[in-house]
Every structure is written in structure tokens, then in C-alpha cells.
Ligand binder design. Sequence first.
Ligand code: PLP
Length: 397
Amino acid sequence: MNQKLRLLTPGPTQIPERVKNALARDMIHHRKSQFSEIYARMQPRLQALFGTRQTVLPLSCSGTGAMQAAVSNLFRPGEKVLVVEAGKFGERWRHIAASRGLEVVSLELDWGEAASPESVEDMLRLHPDARGLLVQASETSTGALHPIQDIGRLTRERDTLLVVDGISAVGVSPCPMDLWSIDCLLTGSQKGFMLPPGLALISLSPRAREKAEAIESDVYYFNLPGELTKSQQGQTLFTSPVNLIMGLDAALEIFFEAGPADIFRRQWAWTRLVRSGVRRLGLQPLVPESYTWGLTSIALPSGVNGGEVVSRIADRFNLFVAGGQDRLKGRIVRIGHMGDLDFADLLAGLYALRSVLSEMVALNEAPDYLEQAMQAFEQASAADMPQWAKTALEQGY
Ligand SMILES: Cc1ncc(COP(=O)(O)O)c(C=O)c1O
């Protein structure tokens, strides 16, 4: 049957028509005024989405490139950094930091766990010489949301830069950089921003910028002080991915027709929809409490092969979800709810999941699971978001 392709993966995500059209526009030159006008127009909107007064720099790379840029510009080889390692992307922080010659101390957590502020505080007390703390806001490999606000209260009192990978958080759930004392916040284009992959965004707090300037890093391509200087002309140091920048401009336009409050509410409502449907089927989300708003990881009953679930759903419904990575491979399915979606895409995702899983294992007899999911969606659309998010929204954007 000819069915619409649905991408419920946690990045890349579906792209709105208006963004696709912008991506297909005629080429413009990155050193001419047409480009700098777009750059200048985007800047206040990017700052608003990052919750910062600082410049937000575009980098031509995927999200990992921005992680590399942060580490190379903010730390000297030999310095000590702490890493919150609770999944594949926490592990990536460790690898990048080690490749820069940093001394890395990890807070190792179970995959699926969110860090507790107490454990981070203990680690900071134990390592007063740590010059940085590297963490994900949302650990996409598990679906856990780390308490960045609490961590920021701890690091701002110390000579420890808080570097946050917000790749599946910026534009998805509140993560206001200035209010939460984040020293470096970065993201990628292919998730909440509803763009193809290939563009990253990064911003530095004043003290992070000072450090980057003092270090005079030997890094040539991802030189953030150089990019900051160049940004004053509305340009990037090297040739920009011009189409992605035009796409970003269009995506920001869509965002700001709604505004951050609506974006976050929509994300929250999608999250509630999926979690409620999953629970009604007798399945358990991998992360019980501190969960991200951009995806839901579902623990599979034993004996069910996650890879098989993902491929049967794709074959039968032309609908794409993700499996687990590394140690979670085969054990979870991840339904992404970022990008250009609506509730009906997510209902289709739940239906496809139930349909395929019920061939493999006995599920709850719950003929009303889609209704339950919709009820949760309606309630979350009308009611308040969690208090921490409301406060962040009121004060941070
Ligand atoms: C939290 C997080 N960090 C880092 C990355 C890596 O980003 P990229 O694949 O764009 O390099 C991802 C990608 O899924 C991610 O979700």
C-alpha cells in the first residue's frame, strides 16, 4: 500500500514545506549583503531560542563538530574535565575530551538514568581542579533529561565551565542558557530545528569566551574566537552552507510565529501522548521520571528483538522509529517526537508499534490506547507544563 513516509526518528526529523522551499532557493554568495542580512535577521531569534544575550554561531558540521569545537576552544591539553556519562553521547564527550589530551573523570550512570544534582556536586567537590563539566541536556540514546539548571547553580560558583550538548533539547524543551548559567550551549540542525543535518549552532558565555580567547587554541577550522569576530560582519570564517542557513531562517520564522511557549507546550503534549499510549499497552518507558521531551524510549519485553520491531514497522507502515544503540541495542525502541509532526503522526507510530509488537508478545488488551494517548495530549495542551519549565519560560526567554 502506498503510505506517506513518516519519520519518527530522534533526528533527522521531518521538514516543513516552507523550509524545503527555502532550501531550494537560488544560491546567494556568503560574502555578499544578501547573506549578512539573513545572518543578522536570524541572530535575535537564535538568541531567543538559546535564551542568551550572546552571539549564536553557525558552524558547518553535524552536532559532533560543535562538541569538538567546544572542547578544542575551551580547554588546554592536560586540563581536567568532568563528564556525565549516561549514554552514547555522554561517552562521546569522553572520547572527544580524551582526544584533546584532557584528563577526564566520568560520572558513570546506568543508561536510562538522569544525573542527580547531589552526585554532580560530590564529583565537583572531589575535583575542585576540574576546569569543565561536559553533559547532555537530553541524552538522546536513552531519553533521559539531566538537571542542567541544578548543575548550573553548582558550576557557576566554581572555576568550572558548564558545557551543554543541547542537540536534542534546544527548541525542544526549555534550556535557557543565561538563566541556567550555561557556559557553552550547542545544538544541531536535524532535530528540533526541522532542518536537514549539516549545520551546528554554538554559543559561549562571557567567561567561556574569555577563556577561549586566553587559550588561543591551535584549532584552525573550528576557531570560535575567530568565528565571533567574523560574526560582526554577518559572516562565517569559511564558506557557509548557504542553503541550510536559508532553511534555518525559514524554520525560525515558523518558530516565532508561534513563540517559544507554544513550541515547548507542543513538545510537552507530544511527549505525554506517546508515554500515555505506551503505558496503556502495558509497556514501560525506559526513563520513568526525568525524561526528555523530544523522544520516548520504550523498554521492550524480554525476548523481543528491537531491531526486528523497527524493521517490521518500517516495512509495513513506511514509518521509521529508532532502535537502541550499543548496550541498549535490541532492548529498546525510540520514538522521536521532534520536527514537523502532528498528533496524528504519533498516533500512527503507536498503532504501528502495537501492531508489530502484538505479533511477537502478549500486550495489554487495551482497545482504547489511542484514545488514552489523545486524552493525555489534550490535557497537556491545555494544562500547565511542569513548574521548572514554566519558570524557565517566564524568566529565561
Ligand atoms: C545528544 C546528542 N549529542 C550528539 C549527537 C551527535 O550529533 P551528530 O550526529 O549531528 O554529529 C546527537 C545525535 O543524535 C545527539 O542526539
